[in-house]
Design a protein around this ligand. Structure first.
Ligand code: NAD
Ligand code: IPM
Ligand code: MN
Length: 351
C-alpha cells in the first residue's frame, strides 16, 4: 500500500480542535481504499511564539519540504499580533512552496438553511481560485514618522505577468473541466495600474480557452451578486485579497464559514501543497469543543484528491452531504447543538 507522509500543523485555537476529526476520517478511508498516512505533528503556534520567540524553528520550512502534503488547522491568537503570527508561519509556507493557487470550493448542501434566499441547495456550486503569493499581500512598503502628525504607511500591491498568468491558466483549465464559465474579479475602475493589467492578462489568456465563457465584474458588484444570485457563478478567479474576502462571503452563503475548505496548491508538485479550512482560530469559541469540523474534513478530502485518491475524496464529500441531508445533527454555527465530536461521529457513521 502507498504511504503518504503528512505534516500536521494544528496551530492555534479551534485549529487544534478540527484536525483530529479530519484525521479520524482520513484513517477510515485509508483502510477502505488501500493507502496509509503517516503523520508528523508540529507544535508551531502562537503558544510556541510566546515561549520561544518564533512561530516555527529557523529551519521550519526545510522540515516540511519532504512531506507529501501539509494539513493545517489555523494560525493566530490574541496575545500575538496577527501580522506577526501569520507572516511567521502560514504565509511563509504558502510562498516558500510556491502554492500560488488557493482553491476554495463552496456548495450549498441539501439540508442547509442558507441565510441567503436565492441560495437553494444543489444549485450553488462555486470555486474561488484565489491568487496566493502576490497581489495586495506584499512586503513592499513601509512605515515612517511613528506618532507624528505626518505618520504614513505605504503598501504596494505587486502583480507580475508570470504570477497572474500561471494562476489564470489554472483557473481557465478548471473552468473548462467544470461548467465552462469563469468570472474574473476586478476593480479596474478605481485601481488604475494593477487591475487594468489584471484585466489585460485575463483577456490574453481567455483567447487560449475558447470553450470557456468568461466575464468580469468589479469586486464590489460581485460581492453583491454573490449574495443575490450565487447560483450564477461557476469558477471565480481573483487576486489574493479579493479572493480572501469572496471566499468567506461564499462560505457564509453556504451556511457557515465553518464548512469551507481550502487547497493551497503547488500545481507543479515541486513542493508540498497545504490543505486547511478557510476559517481562522475562532478565539471566541475556542476550547469549548463546539467548532464545526466540516471545513477541515473537506480540506482533507481535497488533500486525498491531490494525493491521487479521488474516490476516497468523493466518499468524504458524500458523507458531508449525507450528514447534512439525512440527519439533523449539526454544530451550533449551523443551528444545531452537537459538539465537534458528536458531529464527527455522525459523519463517520455515514461514511
Ligand atoms: P475566524 O474565522 O477565526 O472567526 C470568525 C467567526 O466565525 C467567529 O465568530 C468564529 O467563531 C466563527 N467560526 C470560524 N470557524 C468556525 C468553525 N469551524 N465553527 C464554528 N464557528 C466558526 O476569523 P477571525 O475572527 O477574523 O480571526 C481569528 C484569528 O484567526 C485571527 O488571529 C486571524 O488572523 C486568524 N485567522 C487564521 C486563518 C488561517 O490560519 N488560515 C484564517 C483566518 C483567520
Ligand atoms: C485565509 C486567512 C489568511 C489570508 C490570513 C489569516 C493571513 O484569512 O487563509 O483566508 O488572508 O490569507
Ligand atoms: Mn481569509
Amino acid at each position: 500500500t502507498t504511504n503518504h507522509r503528512i505534516a500536521l500543523i494544528p496551530g492555534d485555537g479551534i485549529g487544534a480542535e478540527v484536525l483530529p476529526p479530519a484525521q479520524q476520517v482520513l484513517d477510515v478511508l485509508g483502510r477502505r481504499h488501500g493507502f496509509s498516512l503517516s503523520y508528523t505533528s508540529y507544535d508551531w503556534s502562537c503558544e510556541r511564539y510566546l515561549r520561544e520567540g518564533a512561530m516555527m524553528p529557523a529551519d521550519g520550512i526545510d522540515q516540511l519540504r519532504e512531506a507529501d502534503a501539509i494539513l493545517l488547522g489555523a494560525v493566530g491568537y490574541p496575545g500575538v499580533p496577527d501580522h506577526v503570527s501569520l507572516w511567521g508561519l502560514l504565509i511563509p509556507i504558502r510562498r516558500s512552496f510556491r502554492q500560488y493557487v488557493n482553491l476554495r470550493p463552496i456548495r450549498v448542501f441539501e439540508g442547509i438553511d442558507s441565510p441567503v434566499r436565492g441560495a437553494r441547495p444543489g444549485e450553488v456550486d462555486v470555486v474561488v481560485v484565489r491568487e496566493n503569493m502576490e497581489g495586495e499581500y506584499s512586503e513592499v512598503g513601509g512605515r515612517l514618522n511613528s506618532g507624528f502628525p505626518d505618520e504614513i504607511a505605504v503598501q504596494e500591491a505587486v502583480f507580475t505577468r508570470a504570477g497572474v498568468t500561471r494562476l489564470l491558466d489554472y483557473a481557465f483549465t478548471l473552468a473548462s473541466q467544470r461548467g465552462g464559465r469563469l468570472t474574473s474579479a476586478t476593480k479596474s475602475n478605481g485601481i488604475i495600474h494593477t487591475m487594468p493589467f489584471w484585466d489585460q492578462l485575463v483577456t490574453e489568456r481567455a483567447a487560449s480557452f475558447p470553450q470557456v465563457a468568461w466575464d468580469q465584474e468589479h469586486i464590489d458588484a460581485l460581492a453583491a451578486k454573490f449574495v443575490l444570485e450565487p447560483a450564477r457563478f461557476d469558477v471565480v478567479v481573483a487576486s489574493n485579497l479579493f479572493g480572501d474576502i469572496l471566499s468567506d462571503l461564499a462560505a457564509a452563503v453556504a451556511g457557515s464559514i465553518g464548512i469551507a475548505p481550502a487547497a493551497n496548491l503547488n500545481p507543479e508538485r515541486d513542493f508540498p501543497s497545504m490543505f486547511e479550512p478557510v476559517h481562522g482560530s475562532a478565539p471566541d469559541i475556542a476550547g469549548q469543543g463546539i467548532a464545526n469540523p466540516l471545513g477541515a474534513i473537506w480540506s482533507a478530502a481535497m488533500m486525498l484528491d491531490h494525493l491521487g485518491h479521488p474516490a476516497a475524496a468523493r466518499d468524504i464529500t458524500d458523507a458531508i452531504a449525507a450528514v447534512l441531508a439525512k440527519t439533523d445533527v449539526r454544530t451550533r454555527d449551523l443551528g444545531g447543538t452537537a459538539t465537534t465530536a458528536e458531529f464527527t461521529d455522525k459523519l463517520i457513521e455515514l461514511l
